[in-house]
Design a protein around this ligand. Structure first.
Ligand code: TXA
Ligand code: MG
Length: 351
């Protein structure tokens, strides 16, 4: 199958291309598309056979449910059996935006996509291309991240192509994703909202709107079974093993110099994913192609937007071990640290 890349710079002027994408989706085909978080791999969310093609293209385990992307409230009403008061508040505060709400589902949602659960994840993206494509399809669009299962989520059309070339008919290219980490998943079915996956809608923002919320313990610990089925898989992992250095940002440059020297003396080719401050301090120790600068310390938006692309890029280098710099776990830092911990298999050193 030829994979066509269609660049969308203006959704109003490019209705014809979007209509074509909508037609592929309605016909049971797959279209990859940009959102404000990461690229999604879309199919008609009410068509079990179309959704089966997503699992096939990604090599995704069939017990891992898909989330449904909607353009408006009417589409939520069509698939959610109940919108709880917690869900109402979160819809009002954060939709459209980088959040997915777990709600009780209606029977119209195929079993095949919910992995047999009686709930469904619902996300209303803000990205204009995603919204226009869902409208053109006229149905809720099931979409996981557009990577092969287990690899980092793509945040550019080029990364989608690397994983999906020949497997899907169309990729809509809307440029690089703004946030770079997947949406915050919040379970709204219980008496207290529970964060199942941290993202750009932070714990602090949710607490402000709801007065309180829980964190699924699996987010911070390796040994607990997470409630979002997909969170249990090894994820986001580059090929070379990754170890994180965590602690006081001021001590990072010296800690990296020490650790890099030790590993190099043991004969390793070391790759480093770290802040500008650390990368600057390693110029004489580590060759340029093994140094990935994820942004200035504390600039969490920049860091989130870069980590996946840089983790992927190490796969094309001779690095046989990787060192990464931890951030704060406040605000967007919780999402960044969750992804880094998973990419490293929870392998960390305190400095
Ligand atoms: O930002 C995002 O959410 C992106 C873009 C494309 O929208 N999508 C995305 O989808 O990250 P995916 O499939 O890669 O991750 C969805 C996660 C998985 O971990 C899945 O197990 C979980 O949501 N999930 C889906 N339905 C669920 C449900 N009913 N209950 C609990 N977790 C669910
Ligand atoms: Mg994913």
């Amino acid at each position: 199958m030829q994979t066509e890349i269609v660049t969308i710079t203006d959704v109003n002027a490019q209705q014809e291309e979007l209509r074509r994408a909508g037609k592929i989706l309605r016909g049971g085909g797959l279209v990859a598309f940009p959102t404000e978080t990461v690229y999604g791999l879309g199919a008609n969310g009410l068509d079990a056979e179309a959704c089966a093609r997503i699992y096939e293209a990604k090599g995704r385990p069939s017990d891992n449910p898909l989330i449904l992307h909607v353009a408006d409230r009417a589409m939520i009403a069509a698939i959610a059996a109940e919108v709880t008061p917690i869900a109402e508040k979160l819809i009002a505060a954060f939709m459209p935006g980088p959040i997915t709400l777990i709600m009780k589902r209606k029977d119209i949602v195929p079993d095949r996509i919910t992995g047999g659960l009686d709930t469904v994840g619902i996300r209303m993206p803000e990205h204009p291309v995603a919204r226009a494509m869902i409208r053109a399809a006229g149905v809720p669009v099931a979409a996981p991240s557009a990577n092969i299962s287990g690899r980092p989520s793509p945040t550019t059309a080029a990364s989608v192509l690397r994983d999906m070339a020949g497997r899907i008919p169309m990729i809509l290219d809307g440029g690089a994703c703004h946030f770079g980490v997947e949406s915050t998943i919040v379970d709204c079915t219980g008496p207290v909202a529970t964060i199942l996956r941290p993202g750009a809608i932070t714990r602090e923002m949710l607490t402000e709107v709801l007065g309180g919320c829980r964190l699924d313990p699996a987010i911070v610990g390796a040994k607990v079974v997470p409630k979002a089925p997909g969170m249990k898989y090894k994820h986001y992992a580059p090929k070379a093993p990754l170890t994180l250095l965590e602690g006081d940002p001021k001590g990072m440059p010296a800690a990296f110099r020490r650790t890099v020297r030790r590993l190099q003396q043991e004969g390793h080719t070391v790759g480093v994913l770290a802040s500008r401050e650390v990368v600057t301090a390693l110029q004489d120790l580590v060759p340029q192609e093994l140094l990935a600068d994820y942004g200035p310390q504390g600039d969490l938006l920049t860091i989130a937007a870069h980590i996946y692309e840089e983790l992927i890029a190490f796969n094309d280098t001779p690095a046989d071990v990787l060192l990464g710099e931890g951030t704060t776990d406040k605000g967007l830092g919780l999402a960044i640290m969750n992804r880094l911990h998973k990419a490293s298999g929870f392998h960390s050193l305190r400095i």
